[in-house]
Design a protein around this ligand. Structure first.
Ligand code: CO
Ligand code: ZN
Length: 336
């Protein structure tokens, strides 16, 4: 599974430009799917099983896009100004490299003189930053207004932990692909949706939830752990197992969904924890609010340093997320 994770996280695919990720996943899941379609927003929608009178139509969503930057201006010396695509943390930008969809690479830095602020107390802002593409003028700059890039950082296997850019949310797409492979059969009709444009407002999940029309659903996404020096306020810890979401700012999870997930984890005897966060949302929020409303939740992958170029997950947690996903997708659903 690590090989697929590496391939997914090292490929560039910011919101709205997920096509290379989609191609990797489509090849990966094709042999295991009953039906595959791609909708108008680029969601890869993979069905397994058929709907009957007694089973459930389940939607599972993990987003293919990652945070990135978009060119807003190139000056006559070839320096590139940019805007965020999704929630970029300015503290992690200076010194970072970005890779554009056309393959060109640049280095982010900040206006001379603001470095004092950067190493001091003030938080740097994106409007003081620029990307140096190695160009000497606007004429030889390989990018122009509207070009889009994502952070560029290789995957590293630290043994117990894996670190890379774009673990949010490629790790979920790898979990879903692996779950589909491991799931020999299902009593349900399951839709694995590899969604687009989550980081800019749950857009792919919004349209795919409407077309899939699930009876129950959940997202798989990362959740921040603050189990680091001077960390506090968040109970979720790396290595303590899949986090069953109870609430975030996009979703109050139906308690029946929380208990459905908890029972499955207990049955499998896998470690698990519960997640309450005050900021951030997932595709689960979009599933919840589609049509007349759908009971929805989220399996969160505990992750350190979310929305930085070095997002860290625990490999045991990842494998347990696969097991939990297979169980929820394949077994009869009883909400009580
Ligand atoms: Co994110
Ligand atoms: Zn995410």
């Amino acid at each position: 599974m690590k090989e697929l994770i590496k391939k997914l996280v090292e490929t560039t695919g910011p919101s709205g430009f997920e096509h290379n990720i989609r191609e990797i996943l489509r090849k990966e899941v094709e042999p295991y799917a009953d039906e595959i379609r791609i909708d108008n927003l680029g969601n890869l929608i993979v069905r397994k099983g058929v709907k009957t009178d007694s089973n459930k139509r389940i939607m599972i969503s993990g987003h293919m896009d990652e945070i990135g930057v978009m060119v807003t201006h190139v000056d006559e010396n070839g320096f590139v100004r940019f805007a965020a695509v999704g929630g970029i943390n300015p503290l992690t930008c200076v010194g970072s490299r970005v890779r554009f969809m056309n393959g060109s690479v640049g280095v982010i830095s900040i206006e001379f003189g603001t470095f004092g602020e950067f190493f001091g107390i003030q938080k740097p802002t994106l409007d003081k930053m620029y990307i140096d593409m190695g160009a000497s003028s606007i004429k030889d700059c390989p990018v122009k207004v509207g070009y889009v890039a994502a952070f560029d950082r290789p995957f590293e296997d630290l043994g117990k932990r894996l670190v890379s850019k774009a673990m949010d949310d490629r790790i979920a797409t790898a979990i879903m692909a692996q779950a589909l492979k491991d799931m020999k059969s299902t009593v349900n009709e399951v839709y694995f949706v590899f969604s687009t444009q989550e980081e800019v407002g749950l857009r792919g999940a919004t349209t795919s939830a409407y077309s899939v029309d699930p009876e129950i659903g959940f997202a798989i996404d990362v959740t921040p752990t603050i189990d680091t020096p001077k960390g506090a306020f968040n109970d979720v810890k790396l290595g303590n197992g899949p986090a069953i979401k109870v609430k975030d700012s996009s979703l109050v999870v139906d308690p029946r969904v929380v208990s459905w997930m908890e029972k499955a984890a207990v049955k499998l005897d896998i470690p698990h924890q519960f997640e309450v966060i005050t900021a951030g949302g997932t595709d689960g929020g979009a599933i919840n609010l589609t049509r007349g409303g759908v009971p929805a939740g989220c399996i969160s992958v505990p992750t350190r340093y979310v929305h930085t170029p070095s997002e860290m997950v625990d490999y045991e947690d990842v494998l347990n997320c696969v097991k939990l996903t297979v169980e929820l997708a394949s077994q009869p659903v009883n909400l009580d």
